[in-house]
Design a protein around this ligand. Structure first.
Ligand SMILES: [Zn+2]
Length: 301
């Protein structure tokens, strides 16, 4: 089960101890979602680079699709999800596993030359703070692939018209339909991206046919073909339940000092990448490294 972690502000959604990967992806009928997300990623984010930050990487479902990147940091709030990712991808210099809070990213400014965040903003109560945090650790001109859940989708519009749903799909504010599960209005997210130092470049609407009826009546291959055809055009543009957007980090970024990598989430002292437990020289907090995972949560379970 997914749980809410109290005591942090804004609250953090944790998948600690969850069987999310097997329940949601491996056993359930989500082949379609997985396939059409891959189509969108290949279209929007195929450039590759040196160091990629994968925010909300979970069990590493998507990591190997970013195969043009030399090194990838898999970041998640859930350590158990990262252990599953490590089982899948193994230990090497190419994958760095980090348990941390996205609001308090443990990296020096301007470190990454790319970032992705898929099915994760969905769980963030404070979207502006989230996007500003991501922008801080990105180099100038780097690309950021963001997926968000769109409140203005066909299903919610029909439900609202039929009065089966109280909230309007057209109003700009986010809606929390289950605790710590948010859907957003596309215009609000685009404005928030711009206010956070990003220039939105292109977006694709994904998962238009996300319903059991389609999955039961149309072959998988055909559904994926249809989705791919309608991702950036047609009468349903902007009305899909999921939207992928690629953005450029604009404005100045600091250039990290040679060899610097982590930054203490308590006192912002720079810490090296050591593959070992280290004590912060600034605040004396001990940051653990065990089972191949860097622990940078301030109050882990
Ligand atoms: Zn410190």
């Amino acid at each position: 089960m997914m749980t809410t972690k109290p005591g942090s502000t804004p609250p953090v959604c944790s998948y600690e101890g969850s069987d999310y990967q097997s329940q949601f992806w491996d056993n359930a009928n989500r082949r379609y979602e997985d396939a059409v997300e891959t189509v969108a990623i290949d279209r929007l984010f195929n450039q590759g680079g040196q160091l990629l930050l994968e925010l909300g990487a979970g069990a590493g479902r998507l990591t190997q699709r970013y195969n043009g990147w030399e090194r990838i940091v898999l970041l998640d709030y859930s350590r158990t999800q990262l252990l599953q990712a490590r089982e899948r991808l193994g230990d090497s210099d190419n994958f760095i596993y980090v348990a941390a809070d996205i609001y308090k990213l443990p990296f020096v400014n301007g470190l990454f030359d790319g970032a992705t965040m898929i099915r994760t903003l969905h769980h963030m109560a404070d979207a502006p703070q989230t996007l500003q945090s991501v922008r801080r650790v990105l180099a100038q001109d780097s690309l950021f692939l963001l997926e968000f859940a769109n409140k203005r989708n066909l299903k919610s519009i029909f439900r609202w018209l039929l009065r089966k749903q109280a909230w309007s799909p057209f109003s700009p504010e986010q809606v929390e339909f289950v605790e710590l599960n948010y859907n957003f209005h596309p215009k609000t997210i685009l404005a928030t991206l711009q206010q956070s130092g990003f220039s939105p470049l292109e977006s694709l609407g994904v998962s238009l046919f996300r319903s059991d009826w389609f999955k039961n009546h149309v072959t998988h291959e055909r559904l994926v073909q249809w989705d791919a055809r309608f991702q950036n055009k047609g009468p349903f543009k902007g009305l899909t339940p999921s939207i992928f957007t690629v953005n450029r980090a604009v404005g100045l970024s600091e250039t990290p000092a040679q060899g610097s990598f982590f930054s203490c989430p308590i006192c912002a002292t720079s810490l090296p990448e050591t593959k070992a437990t280290q004590v912060c020289p600034g605040c004396s907090h001990e940051w653990q490294y065990s089972q191949g995972i860097y622990e940078f949560r301030i109050n882990p379970e």
